[in-house]
Each structure stands twice: as C-alpha cells, then as structure tokens.
Design a protein. Structure first.
Length: 427
C-alpha cells in the first residue's frame, strides 16, 4: 500500500540542477516517482515544466519527501489555500508553523497567490489584511508601497517579534517557493555569479567581474553593502575600502566593534592591534593603542562626534560619517570597550542588520565569518553576494548555512580590496 502526490517543477529546471536535485531527494529518502509530464524548453531562454507523481510507503514518509522537495522549488500540482493559525502568545508560534527559506515565496489566500514580503530564512509568515497594514504603518512610520483597500498581504517575522493573535502560516499547503534560476548563457556582469567556492579561479578576472558587478548595481540605482572584519584593517586594505566608501561604490557598512576600533586606531596611532601596517613594526606600548582609541572615542561621545571635532581625520568610519554612509556595529561578548556606537543588545543588533540587509542589492562579505553568517541569514536568495576570505571554511560555511547564491573567493583580503578599488576607479 503506497500513498502519492503530484508536484510540479517550472523554470530553468535542467540548467539550474533543480530536476536532478529533486530526483535525488526522492530516491535518497526512500520514495519513488514517475514523470507524468515533461515539456523541455528548446532554447536557452525558454522555461521547462515537469509534473512528477511522488510515492512513498506511508503518509509520514511522503510528507517528509514533499517537504524537502518544496524547499527546492517543487510545488504541489493542486494547491490548497495556506492554513493560518493565530499565535497563542507573544513570541510563541503555533506548532507546525512554516519556517521560511530565503527564496522568493508566495502563499495562497482566498484562491489568490500573495508574495511574501521581506523574505529571509528561518522566519514565520504572517498574513494581515490591508486595513491592519495601514494602521501598523501609520503607528510605526514604516512600510512598503501603499496598498488598495483591504488587499491582504504576507510578510516574514522573526520569532521574537511575533505578537499574540498574529495569523501564522502553518503546514506546507498553499506555499510556493521559487529558488533562483540559472539559465544557460547568463550575460552581463552577474553572469559569473553562479555560486560555489574555488581558490583556483583566476583572481584578476574574478575581481574584474566583481568590480563590473558593483558598477552595474550602482548604475541601476542599487545599494552595495560591505560586511567587514578586522583583518581588512590589519592587512593594509583600509585606505582602499575608505576610498570606495568616499566615492560612493559602498553605500553601507556592517561590522563589529573590532573593525571600527582598529580602523580608528590606524588614524590616531598609525597601528592596527598595535602593529604598524606599513612597516610591520610593533611600536613600544602599541598593544595599548586599541584601548586608548576606545577611550578617546568614548571621551568624544561617539564616532560622529570624534569626526566632527577633528579627532578622527581618515579611514572607513571617517568616510562613513563625512559622506553620510550608514553603518551598523554589532557587538559580541569579547568586545573591548565597546565603542559608544556599538550595539550591545543582540536582538537590537539583529534588527539593525536586518534593516540594512533588506536594502542591499549586492553584498561584499570581506574576511569575517561571524558577521557574514549574520548578514547572510537576513538576505533573500535573490541578493547578489560575494564572500572573500583567506580561510576556505569561512566561505563554505556561509554557503552551507543557506546562502547558496554566494560567490566564494579564497584569497588574501589585503590583496583583494586594493585590486578591486583599482579595477573600479582606475581602469
């Protein structure tokens, strides 16, 4: 006795590997399948369609298989409306709630498909009507484009933001996920951005492609977010990143306390973590410079005040303040100080990072595992991501965490950033 269900795959399902992935999932999980329909796109810009009858020994096994297929873009052939249940209390979701991927997602409500706004992984989906949205936006001063009348809408909420009574999507019914497609012959600056990690790629060519992608993003009115680790300062790439910020190629900075401290230390004392980044010498008492730096910024009342007073005269943080480029400094348990601008509340820091991530059209993750994963968790899979680190584990962990759209480049950040700046501004 077996049970079965029909699922559909649509788009560039062959070139993107979606069909092969779904076949593998079914077989690996002990199920079987029949291809009932298969319409192959005959040209590189044509989409394909397949309908599969998926079978399993019992309903529980079938549900597990269909769940995995759903996460990879296979959707039920005869969808029902999404099932909604009210949250029983603040920060408490109904059992069996739908936990999101970072792929574009729609939910079916009253027979119509509604796009889920602000999609990111590991969230709940909340559904409200238009009147509730208008009242919420008026009270918060936030929101997307105005909507007509009582049109329903759906959006993501992290668990700690869920409020009692929120209508939460539960189960798998009425949910449609669309992983990014990768058609053959992708053209333009982003054609190279097909995901994966390699230290074998020609560095000059890859960096030139990344430079072109940044220029394309800016020419389209998009925003570029740089996620930075302290190694960028230690390796001597500070001035080139500051130049990219000053010239408007980097719109936002996301980093930790250490990055800002060492950037400012370089301005005040010519060192980064006590080392002269040009001569590589360790000046006497250099190991105290970062603490002295923190003290001076606290004395001034913050980074912006220190720039305005003339205490800070150069560097990445200086250019952010001088050119009105927003930055988020998220704190951690190991921070010295920290600087007054560092957000020490973890939830508050997550919300600030999330706000930046939702604005970004392209993200450069530069030699920081902690902040790269944090930002990556907030990004939809449609956002272009480049992750650069000398440690391959940093790049692979980012991809393993779900940011499969990221292009990974294993190289020295002190080499990457100067070449990138040269490619953008000097070629």
């Amino acid at each position: 006795m077996t049970v079965s269900r029909e699922v559909e795959l649509q788009g560039h399902i062959i070139d993107s590997g979606m069909m092969q992935t779904c076949f593998g999932i079914i077989m690996d999980m002990g199920g079987s399948f029949e291809v009932e329909e298969f319409d192959i796109g005959r040209h590189k810009d044509e989409r394909s369609y397949a309908k599969l009858l998926v079978s399993a020994e019992d309903e529980a096994q079938l549900q597990s298989i269909v769940h995995e297929l759903h996460q990879n873009g296979a959707n039920p052939a005869d969808p029902d409306d999404a099932h909604l249940e009210p949250a029983p209390a603040d920060q408490v979701v109904p059992k069996g709630f739908y936990s999101t991927t970072n792929h574009p997602t729609e939910i079916r409500y009253d027979g119509e498909w509604i796009e889920v706004e602000d999609i990111e992984m590991d969230c709940a989906v909340v559904v409200e009507d238009g009147e509730a949205r208008s009242a919420s936006e008026q009270s918060s001063g936030e929101g997307s484009e105005p909507r007509d009348g009582d049109d329903p809408y759906a959006y993501t909420k992290v668990l700690n933001a869920v409020e009692e009574g929120d209508l939460i999507v539960t189960g798998e019914a009425g949910i449609r996920v669309s992983p990014p497609e990768r058609p053959r012959g992708s053209e333009g600056a982003f054609g190279f951005m097909q995901g994966g990690v390699s230290s074998e790629r020609p560095s000059e060519t890859t960096i030139a492609n990344i430079a072109e992608a940044i220029e394309e993003t800016k020419s389209e009115g998009g925003k570029v977010l740089a996620v930075c680790g302290p190694a960028l300062i230690h390796s001597g790439a500070r001035e080139d990143l500051a130049r990219l910020v000053r010239e408007g190629y980097i719109d936002m900075i996301s980093a930790g306390n250490g990055f800002a401290v060492h950037d400012i230390e370089r301005d005040l004392y010519g060192t980064s973590l006590g080392m002269d980044t040009e001569s590589l010498d360790h000046p006497r008492k250099g190991h105290k410079h970062h603490i002295y730096t923190i003290s001076e910024v606290i004395r001034e009342g913050g980074i912006e005040a220190a720039v305005e007073s003339g205490t800070i005269e150069s560097g990445v943080m200086y250019e952010c303040v001088d050119n009105d480029r927003p930055f988020v400094l998220a704190g951690s348990i190991r921070d010295d100080g920290p600087l007054p601008d560092t957000i020490t509340d973890a939830v508050e820091a997550q919300n600030a990072i999330r706000e930046q991530a939702h604005e970004a059209d392209m993200v450069l993750m530069l030699s920081t595992l902690l902040h790269s994963v944090a930002v990556g968790n907030c990004l939809p899979s449609t956002t272009r991501v480049v992750c650069v680190d000398i440690n391959p584990a940093t790049v692979t962990q980012l991809l393993d965490r779900g940011s499969a759209q990221a292009v990974g480049m294993v190289t020295d950040i002190g080499t990457f950033v100067p070449i990138l700046a040269e490619k953008i501004m000097d070629d």
